[in-house]
Design a protein around this ligand. Structure first.
Ligand code: NAD
Ligand code: DAU
Length: 351
């Protein structure tokens, strides 16, 4: 795929901002249009370093708004869409499932439909890349890994909405012949991660001497990937994947939540000059997440063998870089944890 103008949705969020930064800096000949509604999770401060780049444009809007999206296609005549905009937090989906149906399902179909009409007659020259999650596959037991052929079995409203959007993307490929590609990635970590998710929430709480809430017994397993490795995988898949294909992306880096938090506490003890074991005293077991998937693990062999991508960073180094970023960016953290997020936090972790 060679592209000139790409609309990246959700570019002000955690992963989206890393993808936008990568494309703006690696491909100065492209125009990158960041379409983002700026929900609580979207933050233009995530892109401060590249906002003045001549090949970067920001457009505030909602992917569910057909006339807005049509007007954007009319204005920019994009060669491709890389779609990341979503409601992304599982706990919020348990409280407000309809928000997830709106953005993740209706928003995705709105984008697909506008693209279908705008690109009619030239589908082979346009690409729709949908960024999805490993959570669509459901949960694993003690052994095994998710492969691209694993049957979908989502459990949370979030994963059900992402599974639905994946099905619609495939339907637009199979029915209309659009050039669509999907990737399903494991848990990301790194800078600019909103502090409602396990790693940044724990860093923030450890720093402020607040309890670290561990759901259930802390035995759930996630496969963690450094966000810049994910952005590089998206770059590779966007440019090299054949139409209609799906790739799993993962870190080959499984951690039980409680073991990960112990490692994080030890890194934080060193960084904050605390005695070893001090931060771990903050670990607090709380009520488990409803429908909590036990284990995710990604088999990313297809991506390695067909397109040559592999994760580049060891977890210990990635985690240390992440902690350093949060400790150096106190203002960013304070800004995103004020206001509406404070209200969400009180409700989520009330005794
Ligand atoms: P995020 O919540 O940090 O960011 C989502 C972005 O989408 C925000 O900037 C928000 O303002 C924007 N957005 C939300 N609703 C919108 C709407 N209706 N119209 C336009 N913009 C809207 O999410 P993230 O963690 O960066 O995840 C990005 C994508 O990657 C999502 O599709 C998610 O399902 C997928 N994913 C995330 C992970 C992970 O570990 N975070 C792993 C695999 C896949
Ligand atoms: O697997 C990919 C998915 O990873 C993405 O699709 C989602 O968008 C992303 O949010 C993430 O989902 P998780 O639910 O796995 O991430 P979260 O950080 O919310 O939780 C990680 C694990 O930690 C999970 O087992 C729940 C647990 N947890 C989470 C929080 C917020 C706790 O024990 N305590 C907490 O306070």
């Amino acid at each position: 795929m060679s592209a000139k103008t790409i609309i990246i949705t959700g570019g002000a969020g955690f992963i989206g901002s890393h993808v936008v930064r990568r494309f703006v800096t690696q491909y100065p000949e492209y125009t990158i249009v960041n379409l983002d509604k700026l929900t609580y999770a979207g933050n233009l401060a995530n892109l401060k370093d590249i906002e003045a780049a001549p090949n970067y444009k920001f457009e505030k809007g909602d992917i569910c708004d057909t006339s807005f999206v049509e007007q954007l296609f009319e204005q920019y005549k994009p060669d491709a869409v890389i779609h990341l905009a979503a409601e992304s937090h599982v706990d919020r989906s348990i409280t407000d499932p309809l928000d997830f149906v709106m953005t993740n399902v209706v928003g995705t179909v709105t984008l697909l439909n506008v693209a279908k009409n705008a690109w009619k007659g030239a589908y082979d020259q346009h690409r729709f890349y949908h960024v999805s999650t490993d959570e669509v596959y459901g949960t694993l037991g003690e052994v095994g890994m998710f492969e691209e052929t694993t049957a979908y079995d989502p459990h949370s409203p979030y994963s059900a909405s992402k599974a639905s959007s994946d099905h619609f993307v495939r339907a637009y490929h199979d029915t209309y012949g659009m050039d669509c590609v999907i990737s399903n990635c494991s848990n990301n970590y790194g800078s600019h991660h909103f502090p409602e998710k396990l790693i940044p929430l724990s860093i923030n709480n450890i720093k402020n001497n607040k309890p670290i809430p561990i759901y259930g017994k802390g035995e759930n397993v996630r496969d963690w990937l450094f966000v810049e490795d994910h952005a590089r995988a998206i770059d590779v898949i966007f440019h090299k994947a054949a139409t209609g294909t799906t790739y799993n992306i993962g870190g080959h880096n499984e951690w039980k939540n409680i073991d990960l938090i112990h490692l994080l506490c030890s890194v934080m003890d060193k960084k904050l000059g605390r005695e070893e074991g001090e931060s771990a005293k903050l670990i607090t077991y709380v009520t488990d997440r409803a429908g909590h998937d036990l284990r995710y693990a990604i088999d990313a062999t297809k991506l390695k063998e067909e397109l040559g991508w592999e994760p580049s960073l060891q977890f210990a180094e990635g985690l240390e870089r992440t902690v350093d970023w949060y400790l150096a960016n106190e203002e960013w953290l304070n800004n995103v944890t004020s206001g509406a997020y404070q209200q969400y936090y009180e409700n989520q972790y009330k005794a």
